[in-house]
Design a protein around this ligand. Sequence first.
Ligand code: SF4
Ligand code: SF4
Length: 110
Amino acid sequence: MTEYALIIDYRYCTGCHACEVACRKEKGFTGEEYGIRVTEQGPIKLRGKWMYDFVPIPSSLCDACADRIEQGRKPACVHHCLAACMSAVPVDDISSAMAELGEKTVCFIP
Ligand code: SF4
Ligand code: SF4
């Protein structure tokens, strides 16, 4: 079976947290458990330029929604991302997928 990675182009992340909610519902996580969490970087001024980013980071509980992918569906977080800035790509295609994106990209391999 092809293994998939989660790629997040966080330039376009709005910090809406829909991915967190979708993941919790899909996986039935409760309490402190989570599959992905949206972090905030900044606001901070670095060498005269302001930086303020939302950066979604998958946890060790993320399996890239392998069961959904096997059914030909997108991972729950990808499906519900309002900014369409998340995608699941075969591990073999990570390099080419990331080459098309900017430096503000997170790649997670379960
Ligand atoms: S790929 Fe699935 S398990 Fe991983 S963060 Fe997204 S919804 Fe959660
Ligand atoms: S659903 Fe998409 S836009 Fe919203 S916080 Fe998650 S990655 Fe960012």
